[in-house]
Design a protein around this ligand. Structure first.
Ligand SMILES: [Zn+2]
Length: 321
């Protein structure tokens, strides 16, 4: 509260009745109202407005159950949710239970019932909660690195105007494999479990290189099924490339060089996605991120970690891969 408003408040105190005065005194002695969000939302490392380091953030009371700060550098106030995907969502007291719904892989309808919110809210929250999660992938892989692609049927689910005739939900595409209605997702995983996946506009040398070049250490050994796009990338970047021929259902190992970890990941991903009966292509990256989050923590996952991921500030120390 600024000085002027405070003076105004002080001036009004003389108008209070005796009963009101004692209520006010009691309220002043109560600890600040907070919900269980405080503690779940990690501390700010810098001002979300101007980027000033956290030392510049002075305590500035409480808002919506969270500690509020004022930045000495830019003068603006913020809390742990400012400029995050959760910033303007309501019903913060239900967020923890919503995070729990994500951990339990609940559908929108089940999540709505689980949290006592409407179906529309559950749908909106799903994609707000997953917005930052979708961005959180490992950025560096080394050693033996496996890469392979899988495909998801293009879907305009939920869109009012379909650019083509409707398909039965989760149905079969007109073309198989690399047809126009198949969206390629490239999965890259090293033996320490670092995982990155990419929804590609097209499975061609340019897109593959854009994704892999900043990710894979030059000293790595890249294992793939030998598709030309990977060979071209490895050649151009001078990375050792081992071609392993493993068709689905066939277990071919050449010692340590195989792509069974990415293939196993693909099948866990597909099995898990089946419960959503085909996901809209525009939300596909959110589901990929959701799956990565579940795999990142495995059994250790908790609603608090999920909330930290949702505000884009996952705590590194809890991530065991
Ligand atoms: Zn600032």
């Amino acid at each position: 509260m600024d000085t002027q408003a405070f003076q105004h408040l002080l001036a009004q105190l003389s108008e209070l009745s005796g009963k009101q005065k004692s209520l006010l005194v009691a309220a002043l002695h109560e600890p600040p109202r907070r919900n269980d969000l405080e503690g779940a939302v990690p501390d700010l490392q810098r001002c979300p407005h101007c980027g000033a380091p956290s030392a510049q953030l002075a305590s500035w009371g409480w808002s919506r159950g969270l500690r509020r700060y004022r930045c000495r550098a830019c003068g603006r106030t913020c809390n742990g949710l400012t400029a995050t995907p959760l910033a303007h969502l309501r019903k913060a007291d239900c967020w923890r239970s919503y995070a729990d719904a994500l951990i339990r892989d609940l559908t929108v309808r089940q999540a709505a019932r689980h949290c006592g919110i409407s179906k529309n809210t559950a749908f909106l929250w799903r994609h707000r909660f997953l917005q930052a999660v979708a961005e959180h992938r490992d950025e560096h892989e080394n050693g033996i690195v496996e890469a392979d692609e899988t495909f998801f049927l293009e879907s305009f689910k939920g869109q009012r105007h379909l650019p083509r005739a409707a398909r039965r939900r989760g149905g079969v595409g007109a073309t198989r494999g690399t047809g126009k209605d198949q969206i390629p997702v490239m999965m890259v995983r090293d033996r320490e479990g670092h995982t990155a996946d990419f929804k590609l506009t097209q499975l061609d040398a340019a897109h593959v290189q854009d994704a892999l070049q900043p990710l894979i250490d030059r000293e790595s050994v890249l294992c793939t099924d030998g598709a030309a796009v990977y060979a071209a990338f490895a050649r151009r970047c001078g990375i050792t490339h081992r071609v392993v021929h493993a068709k689905p259902g066939q277990r071919v190992r050449e010692g340590a060089f195989h792509i069974q970890n990415v293939n196993a990941y693909h099948s866990r991903l597909k099995n898990w996605m089946a419960r959503f009966h085909g996901v809209a292509t525009k939300y596909l990256v959110n589901y990929l991120g959701w799956r990565r989050m579940l795999e990142r923590y495995r059994d250790a996952i908790r609603p608090a970690y999920c909330l930290q991921e949702a505000v884009g500030r996952a705590m590194q120390h809890v991530i065991g891969t």
